[in-house]
Design a protein around this ligand. Structure first.
Ligand SMILES: [Zn+2]
Length: 313
């Protein structure tokens, strides 16, 4: 429920009110717990309900009436469009952002009082492993160099992990280059057997920023692998570049047909030449084979992680 509320708060700051209907998905116990913690703040019950879809009744909202034993949101045009409501559906709750952050911090064993580092960015605390953990509303706030600097200063040279609802791969790489690990909420939250979400941060390891192993420059037509300059012919460079570009795709395998089409040579031949060229650049036979991996019947791919590959303009 912490994740859901945080997402709600991150997406639309104005819409920090939730209805009892939308909270149906959570257990009574969870809702009670968060009410007591002040994360949810009960508000006046709803006295009207949203219109039915595509209704031309002209009302702003449907009135709620008691019909027999049932509560109904009544459509003036069409009784069949009435919505039967549960009493709890009418409840309305505000979300207290500070209390929510405290609850998230406390669930991870941090002091409940998080420190505001910048607008939308909080320092939760330091793990026993030495990692400083931050919570941010949106990774966009971290795109500002001043914010990154403030984060670094708050962490005082400790490794930094930032938790956010969504972390797209581009942002993740950008932040990693700036020395920050970004993690999505989903990666950091565990649900205990009572259905309560908790930050589970023991899975975060203080990984050093991954140094790129393969760096290609399109404009300079140059390639480096593990600090070694690869002196390749234009044809071999072009093929290596295809591999490097494919590495960032969802399917990192470069299909045989693609290689044939892009290079005008049979894939097995030109890949053999590339491995040979890599050996010519000083790689051992084994590391050349490990760098260009054969995927049987399908094609070839780079044998290193996408984060270890950089293609510069
Ligand atoms: Zn209607």
């Amino acid at each position: 429920m912490l994740t859901w509320l945080w997402k709600r708060l991150s997406n639309g700051r104005a819409e920090a009110t939730v209805s009892g209907r939308t909270l149906r998905r959570f257990s009574e116990r969870e809702i009670e717990r968060l009410l007591r913690a002040g994360v949810l703040v009960e508000q006046r019950n709803a006295d009207s309900w949203s219109l039915c879809a595509h209704c031309d009744c002209g009302l702003d909202a449907r009135p709620i009436r008691k019909v027999g034993d049932e509560l109904r949101a009544c459509c003036p045009n069409d009784v069949a469009a009435d919505e039967v409501l549960e009493p709890d559906d009418l409840r309305r709750f505000g979300i207290d952002a500070d209390k929510l952050i405290s609850a998230i911090a406390a669930s991870g064993g941090f002091p409940a009082a998080a420190t505001v580092v910048a607008d939308g960015l909080w320092l939760l605390g330091k793990l026993p492993t030495g990692i400083c953990v931050f919570l941010c509303r949106d990774t966009q706030v971290l795109m500002a160099p001043a914010t990154i600097l403030a984060t670094r200063m708050a962490a005082a040279s400790a490794p930094i992990t930032v938790i956010s609802i969504d972390v797209d791969p581009t942002t993740e790489l950008h932040l990693r280059a700036a020395g920050l690990e970004a993690r999505s909420f989903a990666e950091c939250v565990l649900v205990d057997d009572r259905g309560t979400e908790q930050l589970a941060l023991d899975r975060l390891s203080p990984i050093a920023v991954t140094a790129p192993r393969l760096v290609l420059s399109r404009s300079r037509q140059s390639a480096m692998f593990d600090g070694r300059r690869l002196d390749l012919t234009p044809q071999m460079f072009a093929l290596l570049r295809l591999f490097a570009e494919q590495a960032g795709q969802r399917d990192p395998v470069l299909r045989k047909e693609t290689i044939d089409a892009q290079t005008g040579r049979p894939a097995n031949e030109i890949v053999r030449d590339l491995r040979k060229a890599l050996v010519g650049c000083g790689l051992s036979r084994a590391s050349a084979d490990a760098l260009i991996v054969t995927v049987r019947g399908y094609g070839y791919r780079l044998g290193i992680a996408p984060a270890e590959v950089v293609v510069e303009d």
